[in-house]
Design a protein around this ligand. Structure first.
Ligand code: SME
Length: 162
């Protein structure tokens, strides 16, 4: 149950390691996509308190804002645009140490300084992206990439996207 979420102190890696089984348990008995995406955002926000955490879902050949935690955000992003649209186009995780240095970055908030976007890929098609923004420069690295990719795989394994 959500109220049992165990928040720990420790390295970024230790924090992810603690979250993985908890996320697995949280989404295990639920087959509603939006409910699971919403809870994953809440878990990441509760543990890390990043500035913004959310999903964009591929709909009608655009990324459309889905469940998120944080300030209001852009609702639609085109293929190839911004960090999210680039992650979609390239089908790969993108880590941006300084968003001002990323050509075409879409600034939903001037407080966002660094970002990581993980594509969710099903049968070689991107079905959604997970976007995390930090108000600190250079806040994401390979550890985040590895564990966030594991987290999106837990969601993809439930086959709820289409
Ligand atoms: N910065 C993103 C847009 C989404 S917001 O950060 C929530 C981008 O460049 O795609």
């Amino acid at each position: 149950m959500a109220e049992d979420l165990n928040i720990i102190n420790g390295s970024r890696e230790e924090q992810y390691k603690s979250l993985l089984p908890q996320i697995k348990a949280l989404i295990k008995g639920e087959n509603d996509l939006i409910a699971n995406l919403a809870n994953v955002c809440a878990v990441l926000k509760s543990q890390f308190n990043f500035f913004w955490i959310g999903f964009y879902l591929v709909k009608d050949k655009q990324l459309v804002l889905g469940p998120f935690q944080g300030p209001v955000a852009c609702t639609r992003i085109a293929f190839g645009k911004g960090v999210c649209g680039t992650s979609w186009e390239q089908k790969t995780t993108i880590v941006v140490a300084d968003v001002d240095a990323f050509p075409g970055h879409i600034a939903c908030s001037s407080l966002s300084k660094s970002e990581i976007v993980i594509p969710l890929i099903e049968e070689n098609e991107v079905v959604a992206v997970l976007d995390l923004d930090s108000d600190k420069l250079n806040d994401f690295n390979e550890t985040d990439k590895i564990y966030l990719e594991e987290i999106v795989n837990l969601l993809l394994n439930k086959n709820l996207f289409r």
